[in-house]
Structures are given as structure tokens and as C-alpha cells.
Design a protein around this ligand. Structure first.
Ligand code: HEC
Length: 107
């Protein structure tokens, strides 16, 4: 009776350090990938509505970033862009603006 717990749960031993590290990396990996939404993926989302016109706005990166941030904080009124830009961090908006302004990335 005294040793009942031991029988049901015979061995709770700590994981070997290497295995514990591997599990930690595998668990945290998707978080790291998600945090860095690639500018290319974002630009494709923009492209679905804006089409090729998106690349021809020809706005300097800084101005485009400011425009996107203005949509995000509501200081520039919009029907849809406020909702879209709120889905991204400020640095993600900056990277998509940089991506769009690079002629090498033209669709
Ligand atoms: C669902 C369709 C849709 C998507 C997706 C979308 N936009 Fe827009 N965008 C619009 C609409 C509609 C406007 C006009 C402003 C408004 O009413 O929201 C606009 C306006 C803009 C403007 C201002 C253009 C101007 O001439 O003033 C910029 C810049 C812009 N979008 C960039 C982007 C970027 C960058 C993305 C991707 C992160 C994006 N848009 C994604 C629909 C979209």
C-alpha cells in the first residue's frame, strides 16, 4: 500500500539535456518563423487587390511606410486598409514597403 504510487508511476526521471534542448527548439521553431512574415508573402497579399499598380505607385519607401502606418493608426481614413495594416507589425509594414519599392521584385 505504501509503494502504490511508485508502481503506477515508476519512473519520472529528468530528460537528458540534449533531448530537452531538441524538444525546446522544435516547440519554439514555429513561433520564430511566424514572427518573421516574409515581405514577399505580404506583397502577394497586397497584389491580390492592387495588382501591378502596386509596384507603379513609385512612392519612396519612407513615404509608403508612413502611408501604411497612417492607415494603421487611423489618421488616414480608409475602408479596408486600416484593417489590413492592423494585421502587421510596424517593422513588417516597413519591410513590405521596401520590398514593393525594389524594381527587382516587380510582379
Ligand atoms: C482587400 C484588398 C486590399 C488589400 C489586400 C490591400 N489593399 Fe491597399 N488599398 C485597398 C483599398 C480599397 C485602398 C483605398 C483606401 C481604402 O479605402 O482602404 C487601398 C489603398 C492603398 C494605398 C494608398 C494608395 C493611394 O494611392 O493613396 C496603398 C499605398 C496601399 N493600399 C498599399 C497596400 C499594401 C502595401 C498592401 C499589402 C500589405 C495592401 N495595400 C493590401 C485595398 C487593398
Amino acid at each position: 500500500m505504501k509503494n502504490q504510487f511508485k508502481v503506477i508511476c515508476p519512473s519520472i526521471t529528468p530528460l537528458p539535456p540534449l533531448l530537452a534542448t531538441a524538444i525546446a527548439i522544435i516547440t519554439l521553431l514555429p513561433i520564430t518563423i511566424r514572427a518573421d512574415t516574409s515581405a514577399k508573402i505580404m506583397a502577394y497579399a497586397c497584389y491580390t487587390c492592387h495588382g501591378k499598380e502596386l509596384m507603379s505607385y513609385n512612392t519612396p519607401t519612407l513615404k509608403l511606410t508612413q502611408q501604411l502606418l497612417a492607415f494603421k493608426n487611423g489618421s488616414k481614413t480608409s475602408t479596408i486598409m486600416e484593417r489590413i495594416t492592423k494585421g502587421y507589425s510596424n517593422s513588417e509594414l516597413q519591410s513590405v514597403a521596401t520590398y514593393i519599392n525594389n524594381p527587382k521584385n516587380a510582379f
